[in-house]
Ligand binder design. Structure first.
Ligand code: AMP
Ligand code: ZN
Ligand code: FE
Ligand code: FE
Length: 285
């Protein structure tokens, strides 16, 4: 049997592993297909594809976009996104700039709480990737303000916490549209963490193509529920470890093993999208 992990982060967002290291770990775990899905970034895709070719692992170019609906953070995965498209790169750059400004605002708000973090250190922890709250959590940890990542979120930077600052606001519909525009396949990430299943129906109305059924934060009942929901609504089915390379204390890579048949479905949808785009181009000529 061949297995896949459709959701992995790298140093190009808030993961701890380089794309090359992710691919090597995937090989160790005997995975056949992985998706590099960084928050608002695609820089990890090319190095992962290169290493994947050497090690015999297929890499799906992907991205995880953040959107907001009804004050809930909704993450939309974009599979097979046209990761070299200059227009996409300009958009992602804009989001990354906003993320940096937001990190600075979070640090200012922390200061009002008597918590002193250096902007330079947070940006250093983020390296070349999209800056996120996990980098702030790491800096808080280093300075001894917290004992666990969870504590960082519930005391300081989580939703409803004093130093919470939202990200650039795009709606799930806009995220889906963007992914479609760049020939990708939109999939709602970890729906179980939203705790609002009605939102999924909103996403279906907005044209979402798939749902992440398997995720470390989904229990068995949720997996069954989302699987059934996917089948009833003809959604594509994916799953992934959401591996951040040990940032949350656990590696997760290899824990979620999605059968290869779901990759084939995803790939055949991607090929259909490409054929359609080709047809459109030829008709326009
Ligand atoms: P951001 O994209 O900057 O809003 O950061 C969101 C990321 O923070 C998520 O993708 C998770 O990786 C991480 N995160 C969110 N909530 C928690 C939590 N309670 N504990 C640890 N990590 C979290
Ligand atoms: Zn993350
Ligand atoms: Fe996510
Ligand atoms: Fe993720």
């Amino acid at each position: 049997m061949k297995y896949c992990d459709f959701h992995i982060h790298t140093i190009f967002s808030d993961g701890l592993l380089k794309p090359e290291e992710v691919v090597a770990k995937a090989k160790e775990q005997e995975l056949s297909v992985i998706a590099i899905a960084d928050h608002d970034a695609v820089d990890g895709v090319e190095p992962a594809i290169r290493t994947g070719k050497e090690l015999g692992i297929e890499v799906i170019p992907s991205v995880e976009l953040s959107s907001i609906y009804d004050n809930i953070d909704i993450h939309i995965l974009g599979y097979f996104i046209d990761y070299k498209n200059p227009e996409l790169l300009v958009f992602l750059k804009k989001v990354q700039v906003q993320r940096t400004l937001r990190a600075k605002r979070i640090i200012e708000k922390l200061k009002e709480q008597g918590v002193e973090l250096s902007v330079e250190r947070v940006l250093e922890l983020a390296g070349t990737g999209s800056v996120g709250r996990p980098h702030i959590a790491q800096a808080l940890f280093e300075r001894g303000y917290i004992n666990s990542f969870d504590e960082a979120f519930y005391r300081f930077i989580g939703y409803h916490s004093p130093a919470y600052v939202p990200k650039m606001e795009i709606s799930p519909g806009e995220a889906i549209e963007l992914i479609n525009h760049f020939s990708g396949i939109s999939v709602v990430a970890h729906p179980g963490t939203m705790r609002r299943d009605d939102v999924i129906y909103h996403l279906i109305e907005e044209g979402i193509s798939g749902i992440e059924v398997w995720h470390p934060e989904h229990n068995e009942a949720q997996v069954e529920y989302y699987l059934e929901l996917a089948i009833k609504n003809r959604l594509l089915i994916t799953g992934g470890s959401d591996c951040h390379g040990g940032r949350k204390g656990k590696l997760f890579l290899g824990e979620i093993r999605v059968p290869y048949e779901y990759y084939e479905e995803l790939k055949s949808r991607h090929e259909k999208i490409l054929r359609k785009a080709d047809c459109g181009k030829r008709n326009a000529e």
